[in-house]
Ligand binder design. Structure first.
Ligand SMILES: [Zn+2]
Length: 191
């Protein structure tokens, strides 16, 4: 198997090299996006067995930030680690989903599927304004839909004042509305 070496993000990109390597880019919306996914999968009433795996999947790829900071000292963009490779998660989740299906363990199958879909949501959101290598390690498959230019002195303003941040706000608002809206009461007596 030929291992692909992706382009070194320190050598290119709209932001300064160091910032490009450090930024999480999708700043805050992974958690509420996972909640939205879990609610969408649940149907009318939230189902914990789908909600929690979906939320976990939607945030788990960024666990590589620990390795990035503590071990590699920021040598590579953290999207180059396997936790941000879709095929890595396919290799982990697919056997479990197939095995659970064959064994009739529908709860495990559904929870794993929700977890996997959460990961895809995470990587899809990451792909909007930072590179994700969708075919690694077989090929580079780099997807980065929008480049956020470093317009302001501090990187946080470059992101907060870029239109892509509106998407994060929209995800938070929708998730907040779903979470806090009054639940319809069950009718005890027929009228
Ligand atoms: Zn990420």
């Amino acid at each position: 198997m030929v291992m692909i070496r992706p382009r070194d993000l320190r050598a290119s990109g709209p932001l300064s090299p160091d910032l490009a390597a450090i930024l999480p880019v999708m700043l805050t919306a992974h958690l509420p996006a996972g909640y939205l996914l879990g609610r969408a999968l649940s149907g009318r009433r939230p189902r914990a067995e789908l909600l929690f795996p979906a939320i976990l999947g939607a945030v788990i790829p960024d666990i590589d930030m620990l390795f990035f900071h503590l071990v590699d000292q920021g040598s590579f963009h953290h999207h180059l680690y396997p936790a941000h490779w879709p095929l890595f998660w396919v290799g982990l989740c697919l056997p479990l989903i197939v095995s659970a299906s064959l064994a009739g363990w529908t709860l495990l199958r559904d929870a794993t599927l929700a977890f996997f879909l959460g990961i895809l949501v995470h990587l899809g959101l990451d792909s909007i304004a930072s590179p994700v290598y969708w075919l690694m390690p077989l090929a580079e498959g780099r997807v980065e839909l929008v480049e956020v230019p470093a317009r302001y002195r501090h990187w946080i303003f470059s992101f907060l004042l870029h239109w892509t941040f509106l998407l994060e706000i929209a995800i938070w608002l929708l998730a907040g509305w779903l979470f806090f809206r009054p639940r319809p009461r069950r009718r005890i007596f027929a009228t």
